[in-house]
Ligand binder design. Structure first.
Ligand SMILES: *[C@@H]1O[C@H](CO)[C@@H](O)[C@H](O)[C@H]1NC(C)=O
Ligand SMILES: *[C@@H]1O[C@H](CO)[C@@H](O)[C@H](O)[C@H]1NC(C)=O
Ligand SMILES: *[C@@H]1O[C@H](CO)[C@@H](O)[C@H](O)[C@H]1NC(C)=O
Ligand SMILES: *[C@@H]1O[C@H](CO)[C@@H](O)[C@H](O)[C@H]1NC(C)=O
Ligand SMILES: *[C@@H]1O[C@H](CO)[C@@H](O)[C@H](O)[C@H]1NC(C)=O
Ligand SMILES: *[C@@H]1O[C@H](CO)[C@@H](O)[C@H](O)[C@H]1NC(C)=O
Ligand SMILES: *[C@@H]1O[C@H](CO)[C@@H](O)[C@H](O)[C@H]1NC(C)=O
Length: 778
């Protein structure tokens, strides 16, 4: 379409505004060329699917041509375009008005026009949670330590001077690396080394999205340098080198290291202190990471529910990761922090590895000595803030402004009387999710209180507060309350916290960790796996006194994701030819359902319960086993395409996604998709699903099946044993589920395990019976 036709089309509209009418008349009579500038133009991503041309310059030219056709002039096209995506896939980001976006969406080459939304980093409310990660992976470490692999971290940048990024022990930069070390504010090529082999920054999406943002208190750097600390933390968790005596204010002192200490890091900064992470910048980060040659991508970022369909191509993380997957790159994502509520999980595309967060076996006990000399224990990280003297202690309800108002109980803002609270330690009880320890501490501080004891069930990691704050469970809280009620002058003394290891041996799924099933495609089990994400110590930007040590303790699925990215690098290093699906299968089928003491992993929530696959996927990640899984459930791009077909996606749109002509021959059901798990959201009476396993262990091996059927369901496997030999390394089996009850219930869980006596290949199973079609439970 040339510019005249374009203008005519605009001027030919029936319901144009007066402004357009005036401009069209002007143009008609004076024959001047008028550019339609709309102050409300916003960043849109015009996604074109797989690249048409191998030459990125040709792809870019094609983008400019399309945009010129739309806008009427080359100058306008150059002014409007922000990014051309021309390496991993094809598309561009440009400033467009609503009507221009609608118009270009009709162009035949366009798969989808996506508005530039903002995503969040997946830490919890506070940046300053505390602890240390610890899992034994000595066998695995001695094998590879991730040598020769490159982990791309799409996040808030990096603090390159951290000891964690020392490259003394690093091998040479892999020959397949094609990236750069991009300069910027306080960052130049000397900041890259053999550990951080590349760094780039992407800001155009954020800048164009927030043009009118007040920048006075923006502390971020216009470079790959990390102004937030989050990216430094995740990068060092994935691949930081060993650092002795890393600590946060003297606590949690010990060895800090990443999951793959010899893997290289490539930094893609797409998240900004004030603006967050926009789709346009995230997609450019994916585009460049694919070009640069990373092996693994770690992405601790995501949206919230309601989810955007990856099927309709409106989810930028699903799009970027799809193209990465087709090029053999494993993408690991955080599950989100909106747990413990069911169906809150994000990043649910089947080609992603989605990671839930668990607690670790480290604690920071803090002594509370009462006036009767009784000593009770809570947890705190507020080192050096404690006054070693006794002070009066009271219960928040006793000092409420309005005794009839419930809000004093958990120290809601403005609920306490300053005259009564002044100089006292205050005990509060959290009732639910409505209040957290930090804001309770602020309430107490605002009325002159000197300390807070916060009784809560949740155990999501500890916070640093404005005044000394100690977290206790309800039992300890109740003991303290009994003392306060009995004593005439109740007093207490709070001590500095200490560090202990091994107090709690079993990991627990953190309350904040988002839960499955996926609200988009419930037949794909999510999360895939769980990893440490509570009180994790790792490198940080040393910009404030709090973090002068250069280390911080954070909690979130953000922290769990890079653990698995590091472990994926270990697997990739040992098995360079494994597909992303093979790596995921190895992680899921070897994960553990129990702690080191053999007790079941529990899940924190409003009540504590045994963790199920919607809490932790296959289970807690076990790197030593994942490197030698025995069998893998592999999937190819073709299988993913068939899955998209099963979701009712059209031939044409899938064709554009992959460049190859696709014919969705059978609609089928997505349940035969070769995942390492089986989830059936709507079992009517009986269903049979098939799976195919590839032997990656000893050539001649015989596996037999063990079935743990979900309650109320009969589960049979055919055949019952699989014999692999030199000519048959890939074998299939069928599983039939038969509901013995015809009632609508919630999901029931079980497992299907193949074993050759040495390997245990376990697939989690989740089934929901639909006895009659009406309301169903999650
Ligand atoms: C400008 O954009 C607004 C909303 O995006 C739209 O309603 C209006 O029609 C546009 N005006 C022109 C001249 O394109
Ligand atoms: C890079 O930055 C360092 C430290 O800020 C400085 O000493 C060095 O001269 C810079 N190098 C280049 C090539 O600009
Ligand atoms: C920007 O923020 C600062 C401090 O928050 C304020 O003093 C200043 O007036 C603001 N500027 C504008 C243009 O809003
Ligand atoms: C608490 O212990 C101290 C010293 O050990 C002692 O002097 C004091 O009498 C004890 N108080 C009570 C209430 O037992
Ligand atoms: C706080 O308590 C004091 C002492 O009991 C009382 O005089 C005062 O009115 C209370 N203030 C408020 C705001 O309720
Ligand atoms: C996809 O292509 C196949 C084979 O050409 C055809 O049978 C089918 O109807 C097509 N499906 C859709 C949704 O267009
Ligand atoms: C391998 O196993 C397949 C079927 O499991 C069998 O048909 C074939 O004969 C076996 N080949 C050898 C070399 O044992």
């Amino acid at each position: 379409m040339d510019s005249d036709t374009r203008r005519n089309r605009m001027c030919g509209q029936k319901n144009y505004s007066l402004v357009v009418l005036a401009l069209c008349l002007l143009q008609h009579y004076l024959h001047v060329s008028v550019t339609f500038v709309n102050a409300t133009s916003e960043v849109h991503i015009v996604y074109l699917g797989e690249k048409k041309y191998d030459d990125p310059a040709l792809t870019k030219k094609f983008h400019h041509k399309m945009l010129t056709t739309l806008l009427g002039s080359k100058e306008d096209a150059y002014r409007s375009i922000i990014y051309s995506y021309n390496y991993g896939f094809s598309g561009f980001a440009a400033r467009l008005t609503q009507s221009q976006a609608e118009e270009i969406a009709e162009f035949p080459e366009v798969v989808q026009v996506i508005p530039n939304r903002v995503h969040k980093l997946h830490t919890t409310r506070s940046w300053d949670f505390i602890g240390i990660h610890k899992y034994s992976s000595d066998n695995l470490l001695t094998k590879s330590m991730g040598k020769g692999t490159i982990i791309g971290v799409i996040d808030s940048g990096v603090w390159p001077e951290s000891e964690s990024f020392n490259d003394d022990a690093m091998g040479p930069i892999p020959s397949h690396w094609k990236g750069i070390c991009q300069q910027g504010e306080f960052f130049n090529s000397t900041n890259c080394n053999k550990k951080i082999i590349g760094a780039r920054w992407f800001r155009k999406g954020a800048k164009n999205q927030f043009q009118n943002l007040n920048k006075t208190n923006n502390v971020d750097f216009l470079s790959p340098r990390d102004g937030i600390g989050h990216g430094t933390h995740t990068a060092s968790t994935a691949a930081g080198y060993f650092v002795k005596n890393a600590n946060y204010r003297g606590l949690a002192s010990g060895l800090a290291r990443g999951g793959a200490p010899l893997a290289h890091l490539a930094i893609y900064k797409a998240c900004w202190a004030f603006e967050g992470c926009t789709d346009a910048d995230l997609l450019k980060a994916f585009d460049k990471a694919i070009h640069d040659g990373v092996d693994i991508i770690s992405l601790s970022v995501g949206n919230e529910i309601p989810l955007f369909s990856y099927v309709d191509q409106r989810d930028s993380i699903a799009i970027g990761s799809f193209h990465a997957m087709t090029k053999g790159i494993t993408v690991v994502c955080s599950a989100g922090n909106d747990g413990p509520i069911s169906q809150t999980i994000v990043n649910t595309a089947p080609w992603l590895i989605t990671v839930a967060a668990t607690t670790i076996d480290r604690a920071f006990p803090t002594a509370i000595t009462l006036g009767n000399n009784q000593t009770l224990w809570g947890q705190s990280i507020d080192v050096g803030k404690y006054n070693p003297e006794f002070a009066s202690i009271t219960y928040s309800e006793r000092i409420a402004i309005d005794p009839t108002d419930d809000s004093a109980k958990d120290c809601q803002p403005g609920s306490l009387n300053a005259t009564l609270a002044s100089g006292k330690i205050v005990l509060c009880f959290s009732k639910s999710d409505q209040q957290d320890i930090e804001s309770a501490a602020t309430t107490v501080k605002d009325v002159g209180g000197v300390g807070l004891i916060f009784a809560q069930f949740r155990d999501d990691g500890l916070s640093s507060c404005d005044i000394p704050c100690i977290s206790v469970d309800y039992e300890v809280g109740t003991q303290i309350l009994s003392y306060i009620r009995r004593a005439r002058h109740s007093i207490a003394k709070l001590s500095d916290p200490k560090t202990t290891v091994g107090k709690w041996v079993s990991p627990r799924v953190a309350s904040f960790s988002a839960r499955g099933p996926s609200s988009m495609t419930p037949e794909v089990l999510k999360p895939d796996i769980a990893a440490p994400g509570v009180d994790i110590i790792a490198a940080f930007r040393p910009l404030d006194t709090e973090h002068r040590s250069g280390y911080a303790l954070l909690s979130g699925t953000s922290m769990a994701c890079p653990h698995v990215a590091g472990i994926a690098a270990l697997i990739k290093s040992a098995h360079p030819n494994w597909s992303p699906a093979a790596i995921k299968s190895a992680l899921v089928t070897t994960a553990s359902q129990t702690g080191t003491d053999g007790t079941s992993i529990s899940a924190e929530g409003l009540t504590r319960k045994e963790a199920d696959p919607f809490d932790m996927g296959g289970g807690h990640v076990d790197p030593n086993k994942a490197i030698d899984p025995g069998l893998i459930f592999d999937t190819s791009t073709k299988d993913y395409i068939q899955f998209l077909c099963s979701l009712g996606y059209t031939n044409a749109s899938i064709t554009r996604l992959t460049k190859n002509t696709i014919n969705c021959l059978t609609k089928g059901h997505g349940m035969n998709f070769n995942l390492p798990s089986i989830t059936i959201p709507n079992l009517k009476r009986a269903t049979t699903v098939s799976r195919t396993v590839t032997n990656v262990g000893q050539i001649n091996s015989k596996y037999t099946v063990l079935v743990q059927a979900p309650s109320g369901i009969k589960m049979t496997v055919e055949p019952q044993s699989l014999s692999f030999n030199i000519t048959s390394q890939i074998l299939s089996f069928k599983v039939t589920f038969f509901s013995t009850e015809r009632v609508n219930g919630g999901y029931k869980f079980g497992s299907l395990t193949w074993t050759d006596g040495e390997h245990i290949v376990r697939s989690p199973v989740a089934i929901r019976v639909i006895g009659f079609e009406s309301y169903v439970y999650v």
